[in-house]
Design a protein around this ligand. Sequence first.
Ligand code: AN0
Ligand code: CP
Length: 318
Amino acid sequence: MKKFTCVQDIGDLKSALAEAFEIKKDRFKYVELGRNKTLMMIFFNSSLRTRLSTQKAAINLGMNVIVLDINQGAWKLETERGVIMDGDKPEHILEAIPVMGCYCDLIGVRSFARFENRDFDYQETIINQFIQYSGRPVFSMEAATRHPLQSFADLITIEEYKKIARPKVVMTWAPHPRPLPQAVPNSFAEWMNATDYEFVITHPEGYELDPQFVGNAKVEYDQMKAFEGADFIYAKNWAAYSGDNYGQILSKDRDWTVSDRQMAVTNNAYFMHCLPVRRNMIVTDDVIESPQSIVIPEAANREISATVVLRRLLEGLK
Ligand SMILES: CCC[C@H](NC(C)=O)C(=O)O
Ligand SMILES: NC(=O)OP(=O)(O)O
C-alpha cells in the first residue's frame, strides 16, 4: 500500500478485517517490521484519539515517531501557489513538505476542511500536496473529505458487536454549536456502502452530503422512522455541504439530540460516536453512559486500524 486516504486503498474489506482481528490478538506481532523506520505525524488541527492511537500503533510496529503541530512551533505556511509571499507566512508548503519528507519514512497528515472554498476542500488540496511532494507514503489522519482510520475502526467495532450478518446501521445528524466538517460522515458512509449492511442516513433537510459518499444509502428526513429497528446508531454533526450553504450551520434543533426517546424504537441498538462528543447536544448523558454505548471500545479500535494501515505501508517500503 502506497497511500491510505479512502476505503479503496485498504482493498478487500474481509482481508483487512481478518488482519485487524489477528493484530488485536497480538498487537506486537510485527514489532520488527518498523525497526529504524520513522513515522512523522503532521497536525494542522487538534487531536486526541488520532494522535495517541497512531503513535501507539507505530510503537506496536517498532517505529520511531516524530509529531509536528504545524500551527504550534513550525513556520506559518502559505498553501496557495503563485501568491506573493509578503504577508505573515514565511514558508511555502511546497518547500516544507519535501523537507519534512527528508526526516521520515511514512507521513500521516491531519488537515480538516477549511470551509473557505468547497473545491479547495473537496479536491483534497493539502493532503494531495503531501502525496505529490513528500516523496513518502502518506496516510490520512482526517483530511477535508474523509477520515479513513476512524471509519476502519468503526467497521471493526460493528463486526465485533453485530448480532446478525447484515445489521441495520443508521447514521444520524445531531446539533452542534460549531460548523463541523463532513469528513467523518462522508467516510463512514463510504465504508458502510462498501459492506452489505442495511445503511440509512438521517438528517434535517439541507444537510444532504455529497452524493459520491451517500451512494446507495437510504436517506430518511424523519429521524424516528430511520431509527426503527436499528442495530447500530452512529451519531455525528456536520455543517451543510450543498451550494451556498457550504460550511454553514442551518439548524441547532435539539430534537435531533439522541436520547432514550429515539433509542426506544431501535432494536436495542448500540450507540457509536467517533469522539470528541458534545454531551446533551449530540447525545444525552443517559444514552452515552448506557450499556449499549460502545464509544470507548470504538475509540480503542483506532489503535488496531492504525496498526493494520501502518503495517501495510511499511510492507510497501520493501
Ligand atoms: C474526529 C472528529 C474531528 C472533528 N471534530 C471536531 C470537534 O472538530 C470533526 O468533526 O471532523
Ligand atoms: N475520533 C478522532 O479522530 O478523535 P480526535 O479528533 O481526538 O483524534
